[in-house]
Design a protein around this ligand. Structure first.
Ligand code: MD3
Ligand code: FE
Length: 217
């Protein structure tokens, strides 16, 4: 076989990289639908704009958030929870766009999780300097389903720790179009995002948007 037999193969079969047991990085997996995703995000944000939520500890998050789907993740002074209602609009979160469902389902299937049907999609917006400190995702009722995340816009340095907060962290650069499926023994690993470096992305400008798909119940 010659090298040129592989030319173009990456276009249809994205590179996969295993980050840890159960955690698979699909580089560029979302690129073919990038414009559809951005259009869908615009629609969501028109109904439920990005906002900086407060934590139970009284801090305002540097990451701005909104949601779509039948449940959305929210935090306020009383705690973290999934809620069917956007507390700002008083209305249900925007429907999950079909392109979101399809992308999340196909990514999960690539990583070996058939029939992933998330009802919650958290949309995180990072501007330069915004960060997410080390945490576990534990607000879901069961941890059997994976979480699928989609990175768009400026790259982020993703911090990947262990099952204890003090475990040392590895760093991964997540770029525009990268999709990660987090399941199995990776589901409860501590993780975070380092302060976003300034930059200018051709499609998104000075921001990074991350979609996080979850089965909450
Ligand atoms: C690993 N978001 O919303 S996505 C979050 O880039 C969150 O906005 C980050 O962590 C972001 O909770 C990271 C990657 C991610 C999401 C959930 C995970 C990694 C995960 C759950 C378990 C293990
Ligand atoms: Fe998280």
């Amino acid at each position: 076989m010659t090298a040129d037999l592989f030319d173009g193969v990456d276009e249809v079969r994205p590179a996969r990289e295993t980050i840890a047991d159960g955690a698979m990085l699909l580089r560029g997996f979302a690129r073919p639908v990038q414009h559809d995703l951005l259009r869908a995000i615009d629609g969501i944000v028109t109904q439920s704009p990005f906002r900086h939520m407060s934590t139970p500890g009284g801090y305002q998050m540097s990451v701005a958030m909104t949601n779509c789907g039948s449940l959305g993740w929210v935090t306020d002074r009383t705690g973290y929870r999934y809620d069917a209602i956007d507390p700002d609009s008083g209305k249900p979160w925007p429907d999950m766009p079909p392109i979101f469902r399809e992308l999340a389902g196909q990514a999960a299937a690539q990583a070996g999780y058939a029939d992933f049907r998330p009802e919650a999609c958290l949309v995180n917006r990072y501007e330069p300097g915004a960060r997410l400190s080390l945490h576990q995702d534990r607000d879901e009722e069961n941890y059997d389903a994976p979480i699928v995340s989609v990175s768009l816009g400026l790259h982020a340095i993703f911090l990947w720790g262990g099952l204890k907060r003090a475990d040392k962290t590895a760093r991964y650069r997540l770029e525009h179009g990268d999709v990660v499926v987090w399941g199995g023994s990776s589901r409860l690993v501590f993780h975070g995002v380092a302060p976003l470096a300034d930059g200018e992305h051709a499609l998104l400008g000075r921001q990074r948007i991350n979609l996080t798909f979850r089965k909450a119940r």
